[in-house]
Design a protein around this ligand. Sequence first.
Ligand code: FRU
Length: 493
Amino acid sequence: MSVSEHQDIINQANEAVAARAKEINSGEYLLHYHLTPPANWMNDPNGLIHYKGEYHLFYQHYPYGDNWGPMHWGHAKSGDLAHWEHLPIALAPSEPYDLGEKDGYGCWSGSAIEHDGKLFVFYTGHVDANDPKEVQCMAVSGDGIHFDKFAHNPVISNSPDGECFGFRDPKVWKRGEFWYMVIGSGKDGKGRALLYRSGDLIHWEFFSVAAESDGTQGDMWECPDLFPLGDKHVLLISPMNMDGTKNLYFVGDMDYETGKFQPEDQAKLDDGFDFYAAQTFPDSQGRRIVIGWMDMWGSKMVSEKRGIYGAMTIPRQLLLTSDGTVAAKPVPELESLREQGSEYRELFLFGDEAIVLEDHVGGGSAEFILEMNLADCSAEQLDIKLCSSENELEETLLRYVVNENTLYVDRDRSGIGDGGISAAKLPDSHDGRLKIHAFLDRSSLEVFVNDGLRVLSNRIYPRSKMDRLHLTSIGGPATIHSISIWKLKNIWK
Ligand code: FRU
């Protein structure tokens, strides 16, 4: 189709979203400071980039319903990673390689780069009825808002593997004279990251299988991302069919001569239930930022039929720690969301008796930071309950068990969403310090332990807003060195 026909399809989709958005002004589970679509469906973050001084985030979007469907690329931007503004849809299915007749088609996930002042995006054209059904495509924008699909798409039309389980989610970056692209795939029951190389962004040659599952790490690697961090490289993937593990990273070394990534250690970037398809990008301050989809395939889609489904996590900065693992810390710009706050110091918990804090948790969108020294704790466990004064049956429990050195987030009594207990064991070398930094939004809870050494992201759907924190030390007394609580702003008002 012509450029203007693609634009017509986009205009129609924008109108559908705007009409639906007008009807949803006070949904009870709407998030206050997370990025969600204006209306209807969102999954993976795509095309994350710091372009001409602004952060751009595209996302998998179905503009005609709050369910997954033919994928478009929704678009938002931010000056500071904390306040977001919606922009028009960037890509819609319009060509034989991304448009089909039934549900199984669309502009699937991908990434963005800047070249000659222009914004280039790479995505997978997916059409179930085609063979091959997944091909890699490019689109270009001069203003960062309107995109023209490359006239000679696809830029990669066949997997080197022939028969394979998936060939999608291109992530592009530059190193030296070459552009590199890693693509997620799977063969013979093993997920793999395929590496391509190009001198001009148009002609791509297959370079190598950069990395492959050892047989236990999933049979298809969605949304692979390969990037330098400190003096190492990290490969981040979203594995399919890996026993409950939905995100995984490897720290290792990348050999650009052979195109091989040599993994050394592996771990999860997030131990919660709702973190998937994460993508990273470098910003102008030299930081490596990660954002994930804060939902999960197969989970109970509580907000279905409420007009919006899907959200992004808050942005986190990735850091290589001294023990060779990757920490993910909330970016400091999020402090600009703080409204009223209060701080308590040297809170003594007698054991088995709750201290109730009600400051600023009321609106259901709040942040708190609790710090303690475990030397000041003779308790067996510390419980932080997020509760509602209106509904005593509902609570979300954060429980730190001292002898296990593990933080649990228990959402079995959180409300109408999925239950389940997620757990993060802290590294043994964490020097007796416990810092729990939590971001609560109306229907989400992201918990960062010891400056992002461990992270747990979960959706929760309490019927009544949580307005209280209960602190209890169980099996002995404990002193909380400090706890600060802030109400966070609603960026959408
Ligand atoms: C991951 C994913 C990607 C795909 C996209 C489709 O959540 O399955 O592999 O490109 O979603 O929406």
